[in-house]
Design a protein around this ligand. Sequence first.
Ligand SMILES: Cc1cc2nc3c(=O)[nH]c(=O)nc-3n(C[C@H](O)[C@H](O)[C@H](O)COP(=O)(O)OP(=O)(O)OC[C@H]3O[C@@H](n4cnc5c(N)ncnc54)[C@H](O)[C@@H]3O)c2cc1C
Length: 291
Amino acid sequence: MKPPSFGYHRPLTVADALAALAESGSDAKVLAGGQSLIPLLNMRLAAPKVLVDINRLGGELDRIEVDDQAVRIGALVRHARLLRPGSPAAALPLLAEATRNVAHPTIRNRGTAVGSLVHADPAAELPAVLLLSGGSVELASVHGTRAVPADQFFVGPLQAALAPGELAVAATFPRPPARSGSAFLEVSRRAGDYALVGVALQVRLDGDGRVASARAAYLSVGPTPVLVDLTDAVTGSTVDWEDAGRLAQSQVEPDDDIHASAAYRRHLVGVLTRRAGQVALARAREASGDA
Ligand SMILES: Cc1cc2nc3c(=O)[nH]c(=O)nc-3n(C[C@H](O)[C@H](O)[C@H](O)COP(=O)(O)OP(=O)(O)OC[C@H]3O[C@@H](n4cnc5c(N)ncnc54)[C@H](O)[C@@H]3O)c2cc1C
């Protein structure tokens, strides 16, 4: 199928992009990598009157910046760049581990990390990582900029907290504290498919090598990624990830759909929590020199 007709802007500066978005308001859509938007247009599930193509903007939007606190990813950084050897994004291992599960290499070559966040698919990997790490998305418009924390950014399936006229310019993922380890795991029918269930999990140890906190963010178990604090289940004298899995299962409300039943998804939440918890704990011990 072909998309409905639309007006097309290809600005060369952020200011021009914001002006074009302001002029068209809710009739406009930003075109980034096009890996989600173009199929939606072709299937006529979306019909914006105007596309604002940001691919010529470059500059700050095309940068990955890392400091002691966080990794900041500009809106034109493609998934594949997060995976290149020597990428600054390696400062946040969970981000690379999750990104490896995003679609196929051809899609990762073009799709952007920020586009994936704005698209807000509840089955996508990066929203769960942003939520777990307590990150935020920077939005710009002709009226100024604002940063929206992840727990307010994902408001529903394919719905992010963007107002008409706003452009997401970057996402900031805080780096994990010392003595912590993380893991990302998912189950999908075929490599590259959207996950039936996935989990991003982080464990932090105290100075005595005991678990101080454990948190996980799940994908494909609700309309948005779901954050669960597992700490109470794993801070006893012996760490039992089975308990953590049961706690997580009690906190999610997956739906039945054509891909999997709610019961199977809940089962996977238990299994993936156990496996990811063991891996993340081993990595936290390694990072603390307690392995
Ligand atoms: C076969 C297939 C399999 C896939 N599998 C997965 C998967 O397993 N996991 C996964 O996470 N994704 C998957 N994807 C989606 C892919 O990761 C997309 O690249 C990503 O979701 C969107 O990034 P994009 O840059 O292509 O955005 P686009 O398609 O250009 O845009 C997507 C949406 O976000 C908006 N948008 C994008 N960037 C901005 C911005 N900077 N400011 C404001 N609005 C913006 C657009 O207006 C649009 O509404 C798959 C896609 C395909 C085709």
